[in-house]
Ligand binder design. Structure first.
Ligand code: IPE
Ligand code: IPE
Ligand code: MG
Length: 244
C-alpha cells in the first residue's frame, strides 16, 4: 500500500463511482462471446470493492447496465441479468461477513418480476450494515433519474404538499435515486472512452474524473490504487480561488 494513501487522509475519496466498460472488447480480443467478458467483469467488481475497503473508501457505485443498454440484443441482456442473479446469490454471504450495505439505483420497474424480487430481498437483508456501501446502477440513466424526480416533485406541487419556490437543490437531490448517498468524489471510467454515457449527471457536478485504457475485466487492485494516487494529487476548488 502506498504510504500516501492512509485511511485517515482526506485525499482518499469517500465515494468512488465506476463506469465498468470494455467487457465486450476484452472478450472479442480472445475470440470469446461478449458474455465471457461480462462474467470476468464480475470478478473485477469483487477486486475493486475489496481494494476500496482496504483503502478506507466508504462508498462504491458501479454502472452495471444503462437505460440505453436495453437497446442491446436480447441474448446479451438475458445473459447480463442472469449474471446479476448469480452475483446476488453468491455475494450475499460476503455482504454479511463484511457488513456491506447493498443498494440499487435506476428504473427497476423495467426488470422482470422475479429479478426485481430478488434484488429487493437482497437489498433488504443488508439495510443494517454500515461498514461499506455498494450501490449498483441498473437500468440507470441520469436523465431518466432526473425526469422521474421532476415528475415526483410536480405531483407534490399539484397535491399542495410543496410550493414551487420551495424547490431547492437539496429538494431535487433528495428526490433522486441517490438521495441517501454522498456525491462521488472520484469517477473512474475504464475501457478508454472519455464520456459519461448518462451516468450520475446531477451528482458529478464537482466529481474528479479518471479515465484509463484498461478494459474492465483486466482492472484490479493496482489499477484502483493508480486512480487513488492520481486523485490524491488533485486540487479540488469547487469554484473558489483555491489555495494558491
Ligand atoms: C460494459 O462493457 C458492460 C455493459 C455496458 C453492460 P461493454 O459491454 O460496453 O463492453 P465494450 O464497451 O463493448 O467493450
Ligand atoms: C456505459 O457503457 C454503461 C455501462 C458501463 C453499464 P456503454 O458501453 O453502454 O457506453 P457507450 O455506449 O460506449 O457510451
Ligand atoms: Mg461499452
Amino acid at each position: 500500500m502506498d504510504p500516501g494513501l492512509r485511511r485517515d487522509d482526506n485525499t482518499v475519496p469517500t465515494h468512488i463511482a465506476i463506469i465498468m466498460d470494455g467487457n465486450g472488447r476484452w472478450a472479442k480480443a480472445r475470440g470469446l462471446p461478449r458474455t465471457a467478458g461480462h462474467k470476468k467483469g464480475a470478478e473485477s467488481l469483487r477486486r475493486a470493492m475489496n481494494a476500496c475497503r482496504k483503502h478506507g473508501v466508504k462508498h462504491l457505485t458501479v454502472y452495471a447496465f444503462s437505460s440505453e443498454n436495453w437497446n442491446r440484443p436480447a441474448d446479451e441482456i438475458n445473459d447480463l441479468m442472469q449474471l446479476l442473479q448469480h452475483y446476488l446469490r453468491n455475494e450475499l454471504q460476503t455482504l454479511h461477513e463484511n457488513q456491506i450495505r447493498l443498494r440499487f439505483i435506476g428504473d427497476l420497474s423495467q426488470l422482470d418480476e422475479h429479478l426485481r424480487e430478488q434484488v429487493d430481498e437482497t437489498v433488504n437483508q443488508t439495510t443494517r450494515h454500515s461498514q461499506f456501501n455498494l450501490t449498483i446502477a441498473l437500468s440507470y440513466g441520469g436523465r431518466q433519474e432526473i425526469t422521474r424526480a421532476v415528475q415526483k416533485l410536480a405531483k407534490d406541487i399539484q397535491a399542495g404538499r410543496l410550493k414551487p419556490e420551495q424547490v431547492t437543490e437539496q429538494i431535487i437531490a433528495g428526490a433522486l435515486d441517490t438521495a441517501e448517498l454522498p456525491e462521488p468524489d472520484l469517477l473512474i471510467r475504464t475501457g478508454g472512452e472519455q464520456r459519461i454515457s448518462n451516468f450520475l449527471l446531477w451528482q458529478s457536478a464537482y466529481t474528479e474524473f479518471y479515465f484509463c485504457d484498461t478494459l474492465w475485466p483486466d482492472f484490479g487492485e493496482s489499477e484502483l490504487e493508480a486512480a487513488l494516487q492520481d486523485f490524491s494529487k488533485r486540487e479540488r476548488r469547487f469554484g473558489t480561488a483555491g489555495e494558491s
